[in-house]
Design a protein around this ligand. Structure first.
Ligand code: ATP
Length: 282
């Protein structure tokens, strides 16, 4: 039986700025997105009938699952394709700011495209993906990129791969729409310096990058969850160059430039938080 497997990589935001609310209810964003090697696995296999399974008891596997939505979308495009079963091996924390659902959707496009020989280009998958979720285009694009618009306008940046990242999730979920609801754009916010961050990545200047990094949505999440500031301060006191909330959180990631410091930080906090994962940018 034919079997196709793809990795679904999580993302972190090196910068996240919300520029304005649009008439259609979405927000225009400017974000430097970065893939990390923490991943789910999507496995597609020939089957008698469609079935979606997952290793996670917390993940709904009905029609709301983004993988199911991608399957339905591609099936509409080519109804004559053979039935398949799809399994999601879930390793990325859910509703965590790491775009786990979007990553699964991206890997499902890639897996079904190959399994069914659809011949879809990356551009085509991106244009289908943005209809299902704003982070899906980047999860198809991968690497290091500036994402603008609602997330669909992607510009490739110089690769920021092989940097050490510690991912820490406190074990509760945060809903992205609820964070956007709490965000008041009339109030003055601390902003990331997106242009300076892009230049710092281009120049390989970690010190400048760290100074330019900020997450406007993270500030909203942090004001609701005071434990996250404690966590970020702890990570920085243990040698992280920068600790920041990813997306709308609550996952915090810490950037290190020293493997020993990351190791010792990992050992110190791994039993204190729900999920602590040693990772790398890719
Ligand atoms: P983002 O940063 O894009 O908001 P996130 O990392 O905060 O994403 P996800 O893990 O993508 O959040 O989950 C957001 C919601 O999407 C959850 O409520 C979850 O039930 C739903 N969802 C649908 N399909 C998936 C999937 N395959 N994996 C994870 N969540 C999914």
């Amino acid at each position: 039986m034919k079997k196709t497997q793809k990795r679904a990589y999580a993302k972190i935001n090196l910068t996240l700025d919300v520029l304005r609310k649009r008439d259609d209810g979405y927000h225009d964003m400017a974000m430097i997105m970065q893939s990390i090697n923490l991943c789910d696995r999507i496995t597609v296999e020939d089957s008698e009938k469609f079935e979606l399974t997952t290793s996670s008891s917390k993940l709904p596997i009905g029609e709301d699952n983004l993988v199911y939505k991608v399957y339905n979308q591609l099936k509409m495009l080519k109804p004559e394709v053979k039935p398949v079963s799809i399994n999601i091996e879930k390793n990325i924390p859910i509703a965590a700011g790491l775009a786990g659902g979007s990553a699964d959707a991206a890997a499902t496009y890639e897996a079904l495209n190959e399994h069914w020989n659809l011949g879809l280009s990356i551009e085509k998958m991106i244009s289908l993906g943005v209809k299902l979720g704003a982070d899906i285009p980047f999860c198809i694009f991968k690497g290091t990129a500036l994402a603008e618009g609602i997330g669909e306008k992607l510009t490739r940046l110089k690769s920021f791969k092989d940097h050490l990242i510690l991912v820490v999730n406190p074990g509760y979920a945060v809903s992205t729409p609820s964070v956007f609801k709490l965000l008041d754009l009339k109030v003055n916010h601390t902003k990331p310096d997106t242009r300076a961050a892009m230049k710092a990545i281009e120049d390989g200047d970690l010190e400048k990058l760290v100074k330019s990094m900020h997450n406007v949505l993270g500030d909203v999440t942090e004001s609701e969850h005071k434990d996250l500031r404690v966590l970020m301060d702890l990570l920085e006191s243990k040698g992280a160059l920068k600790a920041m909330i990813s997306g709308s959180g609550p996952t915090v990631f810490a950037l290190f430039d020293d493997e020993d410091k990351l190791e010792s930080c990992y050992r110190d906090i791994k039993d204190e938080y729900a999920t602590v994962i040693k990772s790398k940018t890719i």
